[in-house]
Design a protein around this ligand. Structure first.
Ligand SMILES: *Cc1c(COP(=O)(O)O)cnc(C)c1O
Length: 397
């Protein structure tokens, strides 16, 4: 009996709309790329994808996907431990371990699942999880599924982290968990300090490097390389759905015994389907490419430095940093929406974020750069930002 439940939901939905928080989807009719076609007929330059390395439609990756489709088929119709493990799953896990310098790796259907399946089977009520307050939703949900005692520290505040480490000292095992790169500010976790503290207080470290694997660090090994702590991070989770081809899939990588235990007990691994052969085979090509050359991440970092310099010079207030996530601060929520709307009319696709996704009066346009962007794309974006910025009084000349 559906009864009045539909009516109840309609009211809730209306409330979301009235609060200005209703999410609408813009339809793309082309492949994911720097230049995209919208269903409206409009063409746009895309500055809001997680396509950091431009691999989402890269010809080498598309070819690898087609080839594996011929040799290994489309689907697995099984979980890994029944009949869902092909040679390519093992190959990909080995390649990821080698790339990150870890003992072993376990694939998941998504990083959301990797984070959902990591805590509950490693820690219980005798243990403690100490989490950065701005960690990704999937970490928060994963922690919720676990009986360990929860501690939270202020965002990247090392004094507060030390305080939480002191307060949790009676717990048996403790793990400090952080995003590697935080998605709304583009800032990088202070992994060197975190590793020093966890060594002093005898705790494990887990990093979710979804916005870092493949491009942060001199050879793209992620925040552990950027912060010079290779080998000191015990658990790394990350996604194949952003820089690494952008299809879907995730993984947990780290110390041998930890991955061994996840293979036995991690619920999204045991009770959810194997990663599709197409994605698995294409991801192997991604890691082969990134292990051979840093060309794409170098291009991305050059694009990032160029865009950051020019947009600052144009008078915009940006969050400082080095990551290809560039938050352009607008502060006012409505203004951020108008700004993004006008930019789209000029052919620049970006999204304005406001409360509750970011703190109140901290609305911003989050630009994400890609190795797929050409210099003329960047120049066009900067030009349109300047034009709309002056029109709306965000910058003055
Ligand atoms: C995107 C993201 C995820 C989710 O990854 P999926 O593979 O899309 O599920 C998890 N953690 C962080 C930090 C992310 O940015």
């Amino acid at each position: 009996m559906y009864g009045n439940f539909g009516e109840f939901l309609s009211k809730e939905l209306l409330a979301i709309q009235e609060a200005g928080l209703f999410k609408r989807e813009r339809i793309i009719v082309s492949e994911q790329s720097a230049e995209i076609n919208m269903a409206s007929g409009q063409k746009a330059l895309n500055f809001c994808a997680n396509n950091y390395l431009g691999l989402s439609s890269h010809p080498v990756i598309v070819r690898a996907a087609k080839n594996i489709l011929k040799t290994h088929g489309y689907g697995m119709s099984s979980v890994r431990f029944i009949c869902g493990t092909q040679d390519i799953h093992k190959t990909l896990e080995e390649k990821i371990s080698k790339f990150l310098g870890t003992d072993d790796t376990l694939l998941y259907a998504a990083c959301f699942d990797a984070n959902g399946g990591v805590f509950e089977c490693l820690f219980n009520e005798q243990d403690a999880i100490i989490s950065d307050e701005l960690n990704h939703a999937s970490i928060i949900d994963g922690v919720r599924l676990c009986k360990a005692v929860r501690y939270r520290y202020k965002h990247s505040d090392m004094n507060d982290l030390e305080e939480q480490l002191k307060q949790s000292q009676s717990q048996r095992h403790r793990v400090v968990v952080t995003d590697g790169v935080f998605s709304m500010d583009g800032d990088i976790a202070k992994l060197s300090d975190i590793c020093n503290l966890t060594e002093k207080y005898n705790a494990l470290v887990m990093v979710d490097d979804s916005h870092a694997t493949g491009f942060i660090g001199k050879t793209g090994r992620g925040t552990q390389e950027h912060c010079s702590v290779m080998g000191r991070v015990d658990i790394i989770t990350s996604t194949l759905g952003k820089a690494l081809g952008g299809a879907m899939g995730g993984f947990t990588s780290g110390r041998k015994e930890i991955i061994d235990m996840l293979r036995q007990r991690s619920r999204p691994y045991l009770f959810s389907n194997s990663l599709s052969p197409v994605i698995t085979g294409a991801a192997i090509a991604v890691f082969d490419m990134l292990s051979g050359t840093t060309k794409l991440r170098d291009k991305l970092m050059n694009n990032t430095a160029y865009f950051r310099k020019k947009i600052k010079k144009a008078g915009f207030d940006i969050r400082p940093g080095e990551s290809p996530i560039v938050p352009i601060m607008i502060y006012d929520a409505k203004l951020s929406q108008d700004f993004a709307e006008k930019l789209l009319l000029e052919g620049i696709y970006v999204i304005g974020f406001f409360y509750p996704v970011v703190p109140k009066d901290q609305a911003r346009i989050r630009v994400q750069l890609s190795a797929a962007h050409k210099k003329q794309h960047l120049d066009k974006a900067i030009e349109e930002f300047e034009k709309v910025g002056m029109e709306l009084g965000v910058v003055k000349k």
